[in-house]
Structures are given as C-alpha cells and as structure tokens.
Design a protein around this ligand. Structure first.
Ligand code: NAP
Ligand code: MG
Length: 403
C-alpha cells in the first residue's frame, strides 16, 4: 500500500509521562504505517521546557499560527512537588494556558459516544459539545486577603487621569476580595468562534451566563453575542436550519439534563471548566473526550482533555502492566489530520482520519477495551486489554477498514 502524502506539516507538541509513552505507540502503530507523516516537532516534555526556559512552548504556539493546525500531547503543569521531581529552574506556567493566551481561542470539548458506555443521563442520545471561553475572568484574577477593618474599592484610571470608582465593601473584619477582567475583543472572538463552529458542525448553539446578577460583566457577554449574531449570523443560521439561543446558566443546566444532546453549549471560562468535567463524567469518562482550541484567525490545536495519567506512568516505570486509554489522544491526531486534509485538499487524509476513528469505536464495540472502560461498559463479552494490546487491537480493526 502506498502511504498517504502530506503537503503542510502538522505542529506536533509532544508531552509528558504516560501520555508521552502512548503518543509514540500511536505514531508507530497507527499513523506511520499509513501516512508519510510530516510534522514540525516541539518537545513540550517538562525537561525540555525547563532546559529552554519554556521558550519551546512559545515557539510551538507561534508555529501553530504559521501552519494553522497543531496536535498536542498532555503535559505536566508544574506544582511544588514537580519542582523537586524535575529539579526545575522555575515553576513554569501551564503550557495550555500559554498556548491559549497566544492563540486567544475557544476550546470545544465533546464526548466520544460508543455502544456499551451509556451516559448516566438516560435521555442523552447525542454528544453535547462544551465551548469554553479560554481567556480571562477568574483565571486572570487578582486577589487579596483583607486583613481587617477598611474599605475595598474598584478604581479605573483612564489615560487622561480621570477616575471611575466603586466601593466593593466596607469591611468590619477580615475577608477576601477579587478583581477580574475580560476584553470585548476576546469576547467577540469567542462569539465568532462559537457561531462558526456551530455552522461548521451544523448544531444549535446555546449560550448561558448569570446576567441577572452580573448586570454589567455577564450582560456584556450576552450583548456582544446577540449583536454579532444579529449582524453577521442570523441569516446563515436560518439557512443551515440551526438555532442560537441565550438563557441563564441555571436554566441551561436544567435544560441540558432534560435534553437529548446534539448541540454546542457555550460557557464562560470558569463555567466551561466545571461543566466540561461534568459532561465528560456523565457521558462516561474524561478519557473519551475530544478537545480542540479554535482561534479567531482559524488556527486549530487538537488535544486530549485528560492529563498525563501520572499514576499509570509510575506503574509503567516499575515495569508493571498498564491499561491506559489512548482514545482521546488518537482523536486529537485524527482531528488534526482531518483538518490538515481539509485545508490542503487531501481527500485520502480525511478518509484516513474517519477510518482511524471508526476503528477505535468498532474495537470498543467489539468488546476490546482498556480498564477504565471495562469498569463501566455494559457489554457482555467485554475484555480488558493492556495499553499495548488495545492499540494493537485498534490496528487490526484499522487494517480491515483500510483494505
Ligand atoms: P489525569 O492525568 O487526568 O488522570 C487522573 C486519573 O484519571 C488517572 O489516575 C486515571 O484514573 C484516570 N485517567 C485519566 N486519563 C486516563 C486515560 N487516558 N486512561 C485511563 N485512565 C485515565 O490527572 P492527574 O494524574 O491528576 O494529572 C497528571 C498531570 O496531568 C498533572 O501534572 C497535570 O498538571 C496534568 N494535566 C495536564 C492536562 C493537559 O495537558 N491537557 C490536563 C489535566 C492535567 P486511575 O488512576 O483510577 O486509573
Ligand atoms: Mg477542569
């Protein structure tokens, strides 16, 4: 069989621990035999980030702007324990945070639905995609512990020196305060990414905030979405037969639980963080969740939603058997390859991406799966495989599909 040729490289961001091991297995077993894989490689493993003073993370994000499509392995976000473990020069920031700040995008996360892994919410039939704004709010918050009696104020000083001032609270005793911000430009690109993604995937778009309580902050989100929708998207949505609707976040939660799925739910940064874990868990597992960062300029970064699976890695280092689920990481690759095929007009690459995903789903539906799925699958003939055996089983299914 001739290998599929690529014209533009993918930006490949390698990562840490168990997912780094799985990353190589996926390339060797599922990609390189079929594709003349072109990538521009960036090693975001913690050791090399430390060696380059994190420059490699910045470079990889810039490369994503240049080429348009990246695929990322899970990476360690250092904490105090990692400082010692890796003898770090500094507690480097989360690579995902750095990349998001450079690309300024929206993260779309959707569960991978397979037979045998039934959602806890019985009426969910189709995936629910969470669109998470990836800038600002509490993630760029400034906080203070108030030591005692006194007044906390919100002050804005314009360039010409004029001031706006609001009292936050007159404290009688100890307390806490927090200041956070967002930018109309970022909210605008969040809105556009959501509207575009809804059109691209032909799904309704829901958006929710708490604008009844947050009459300026959250209300600005609501207004920006509505203005952009009315001016640029209403006609396109109608033509595509899809709907945009806004509702309060607590109402949205109730509707989501009663729905049968099949739409995009746009959330502010914090809501999206929390709700995507809820949706993933309710659909079965974080290891069955795709994640893509879409920037307003149309750059795409595909990754898995879970972390580096540290506990499995230590078992692996001890020579013990592991059963780590590679599905979300494989779907990061298939998503990136499909997008590359799309942008470069390479039909074979798109077909391959579809078949790779089909092979994953078919293998699990045949009853071959990793331990995390084995625990929750309702299939009767299920079998628990180790990491390598499972990837080999997917390869067998893929070989059949590629004939
Ligand atoms: P994790 O990697 O998400 O794993 C937490 C637990 O979830 C695992 O111990 C495992 O449960 C289960 N799990 C997650 N993914 C799995 C998979 N693919 N297959 C099977 N089981 C899976 O979180 P963590 O171990 O707490 O964090 C490790 C590192 O990941 C941290 O340094 C964190 O900074 C980083 N992280 C990175 C990203 C990212 O790059 N996108 C996201 C989150 C966290 P059992 O142990 O019960 O089997
Ligand atoms: Mg989270």
């Amino acid at each position: 069989m001739e290998k599929i040729q690529m014209t533009t490289p993918l930006v490949e961001m390698d990562g840490d621990e168990m997912t780094r091991i799985v990353w190589k297995m996926i390339k060797d077993e599922l990609l390189l035999p079929f594709i003349d894989l072109k990538t521009e490689y960036y090693d975001l493993g913690l050791e090399y980030r430390n060696e380059t003073n994190d420059q490699v993370t910045f470079d990889s994000a810039e490369a994503t702007k240049k080429y348009g499509v990246a695929v990322k392995c899970a990476t360690i976000t250092p904490n105090a324990a990692r400082m010692d473990e890796y003898d770090l020069k500094e507690m480097w920031k989360s690579p995902n945070g750095t990349i998001r700040a450079i690309l300024d995008g929206t993260v779309f996360r959707a569960p991978i639905v397979v037979k045998g892994i039934e959602p806890y919410v019985g009426n969910w039939k189709k995936p629910i995609t969470i669109a998470r704004h990836a800038y600002g709010d509490v993630y760029k918050g400034v906080e203070m512990k108030v030591p005692g009696k006194g007044k906390a104020e919100l002050v804005f000083t314009a360039e010409d020196g004029t001031e706006m001032r609001e009292t936050i609270h007159d404290f009688d005793g100890e307390g806490i305060v927090q200041g956070m911000h967002n930018l109309n430009d970022s909210i605008t690109s969040f809105a556009k990414s959501c509207f575009n993604y809804a059109l691209e995937t032909k799904q309704d778009l829901w958006f929710s905030t708490k604008d009844t309580i947050s009459k300026k902050y959250d209300h600005t989100f609501k207004d920006i979405f509505q203005d952009i929708y009315d001016a640029e998207y209403a006609d396109k949505f109608e033509a595509a037969g899809i709907e945009y609707f806004y509702t309060l976040i607590d109402d949205a939660v109730a509707r989501v639980v009663r729905s049968d799925g099949g739409y995009i739910w746009a959330c502010k940064n914090y809501d999206g963080d929390v709700m995507s874990d809820m949706i993933a868990t309710a659909f079965g597992s974080l290891s069955m969740m795709t994640s893509v960062l879409v920037s307003p300029e149309g750059n795409y970064e595909y990754e898995a939603a879970h972390g580096t699976v540290q506990r499995h890695y230590y078992k692996y280092l001890n020579g013990e058997e592991t059963s780590t689920n590679p599905i979300a990481t494989i779907f990061a690759w298939s998503g990136a390859l499909r997008k590359r095929g799309d942008l470069d007009g390479i039909e074979d690459l798109k077909v391959f991406a579809d078949k790779l995903e089909e092979a994953c789903i078919k293998t699990i539906e045949k009853g071959e799966m990793t331990g995390d799925l084995y625990l929750i699958s309702t299939l009767e003939n299920k079998k628990k495989l180790n990491t390598e055996e499972f990837i080999k089983a997917i390869r067998n299914t893929l070989d059949e599909l590629m004939q």
